[in-house]
Write a protein that binds this ligand. Structure first.
Ligand code: URA
Length: 284
């Protein structure tokens, strides 16, 4: 029985099953039936025995290589170098955004609908770096616009800050991993080259790393978010600048574990205090 002849409820159940298993993207117009019987191998023609009297066959020159260059494998360390070089050449955030949008070296771009670069005010005192766009962000083209983004907005609103005025928001990754899977080390390393430059160009007074993936990648550590959160650390950038940095829980984690909101509130108060000390913000 093919899918088209299934009753409506069965099709709906099948679709739900796909989504529950993380298959929420269609990559091609037609589904590929990988279970379909493979075509039988072509029959091998019997060897041709040259007649005894035939002249020896001249040796043919090997066929020239195909004109198209083999694509660089998408896990290649060279891609990280390419990304670093491109990022370094950018001297403004607008140039960096253009370079990221034009970059073809990250496999995630092939399955994402949009490039999600940043939201908020570039040059704002607080820059927030999350992990990667989800389905909502991929659709809208802006970071943190789904439910976890709404919680992030409410959290910063509690200390009198908004993305329209005081926050600049981005992610380590600019493209949504299919089905929200964890990005590979290679994907992170490639995008990180741009994100580090992004921080250099945005020059925030304070950097907030939302969640374990962002904290580990930006701080180049294997330490988990449980140990990192709530403690100020200094991020040293490649241009020599240093940014006070606060790792904190990801809002998506807080939605799943509301009891941890208490710790996040302490992190927000510490951010508020630091901004006051730096003379960026009046006490709220
Ligand atoms: N989670 C993230 O880390 N970033 C987003 O933009 C949305 C959800």
């Amino acid at each position: 029985m093919d899918a088209a002849s299934l009753p409506h409820e069965d099709l709906a159940a099948l679709l739900k099953w796909y989504v529950d298993h993380g298959l929420d993207e269609t990559i091609g117009e037609e589904a590929i039936d990988r279970f379909a019987a493979l075509p039988p191998p072509a029959a091998t023609p019997p060897p041709i025995t040259p007649p005894r009297t035939a002249a020896p066959t001249p040796i043919r020159a090997p066929a020239p290589p195909p004109a198209v260059r083999a694509p660089v494998p998408l896990e290649s360390p060279q891609l990280v170098e390419d990304a670093r070089e491109l990022a370094l050449r950018c001297t403004t955030i607008a140039e960096l955004e253009e370079a990221v949008r034009a970059f073809e070296g990250c496999a995630l771009k092939r399955t994402a609908k949009t490039t999600v670069f940043a939201d908020g005010v570039s040059g704002a005192p607080v820059m927030i770096v999350g992990e990667a766009p989800g389905a909502d962000e991929d659709r809208v083209g802006k970071p943190f616009v789904g439910v976890s983004g709404q919680l992030l907005d409410r959290m910063f609103d509690a200390i009198g800050m908004s993305r329209q005025r005081d926050l600049y928001i981005t992610n380590i990754l600019f493209w949504r991993p299919p089905g929200n899977r964890t990005p590979t080390q290679a994907e992170q390393a490639i995008c990180l080259a741009f994100t580090r430059r992004h921080v250099e160009l945005a020059k925030p007074k304070v950097l907030v790393l939302a969640g374990g993936t962002a904290a580990k990648a930006m701080l180049d550590t294997t330490e988990g978010i449980m140990r990192l959160r709530g403690k100020w650390t200094t991020l040293r950038l490649d241009d020599g600048t240093e940014v006070p940095t606060m790792p904190t829980f990801h809002p998506a984690y807080l939605l799943r574990t509301p009891a941890s909101k208490r710790q996040s509130w302490l992190d927000l108060l510490a951010i508020d205090k630091k901004l006051e000390e730096l003379g960026v913000k009046a006490s709220s």
